[in-house]
Design a protein around this ligand. Structure first.
Ligand SMILES: [Zn+2]
Length: 228
């Protein structure tokens, strides 16, 4: 199958969904990455130089699993779900023909993320299902699916660390906490089990998309159940 990862900024795909994308890559699925903004507001200094640096960082990260990202080049910090963005996404979907799109959730903390989520929903119509990724601290995010990313977690951290301009260790630590917590939610007592969480809002004709997802963490009985 083919999966399109859609992030608002040059490091979003790595932070929110890279483990799952590694799982797709490992089983031979085709991947496409698209980044909506130019990343020019993610730091100090010349915006053009910062944008070029961040695109290189995103390209280096995607190359870890053999992907060349596309840049839609909308101005950073100004994303709105308007006709221009929706039409750009429609053209992207028509060009790539993904069977699944993964992007930010509509209640994400960042305005650019929310705008991209809404535009992706409008652009996808009923042609492709859109899966929503967790946010950095998991606030008000109610997952419907958990993907086991334990085998790919170090690759995910390596991808985040490609974004040297963003002081990436703070995101490495945030992902250890968030993906570890999501693993624990899935009843994984082992601290080395990591999960990425996603939410899907069913709309005809896509009501149950488990068929499109890599495996969840293994189902495990509650410890000592026989003794309680
Ligand atoms: Zn972002």
């Amino acid at each position: 199958m083919k999966v399109l990862a859609l992030g608002a900024h040059p490091d979003d795909i790595e932070i929110y969904m890279f483990g799952t994308l590694c799982a797709y890559a490992a089983r031979g699925d085709e991947l496409a990455f698209a980044i909506a903004t130019d990343g020019s507001k993610g730091g100090k200094g010349d915006p053009g130089a910062l944008s070029r640096l961040r695109k290189q960082e995103a390209s280096d990260a995607a190359a870890l699993i053999g992907v060349t990202p596309q840049f839609l080049d909308f101005p950073d910090g100004e994303l709105v779900p308007d006709r221009e963005l929706v039409m750009a996404l429609k053209a992207l979907f028509a060009r790539e023909r993904p069977e699944l799109v993964i992007t930010h959730a509509p209640n994400d903390y960042h305005g650019d993320h929310r705008a991209l989520s809404e535009a992706a929903r409008l652009a996808s119509s009923f042609s492709v299902p859109v899966l929503h990724a967790d946010n950095l601290r998991g606030v008000a995010f109610e997952p419907t699916y958990y993907i086991d990313v334990s085998a790919h977690f170090e690759t995910k951290l390596a991808a985040i660390r490609c974004h040297d301009s963003q002081s990436p260790e703070r995101f490495v630590e945030a992902c250890r906490q968030l993906n570890g917590f999501r693993g624990q939610q899935a009843n994984q007592a082992n601290a080395t089990v990591y999960a990425e969480a996603f939410r899907f809002e069913p709309a005809f004709p896509f009501v149950d998309i488990r068929d499109l997802l890599p495996p969840a963490p293994p189902v495990r009985a509650v410890v000592n159940r026989a003794e309680t």
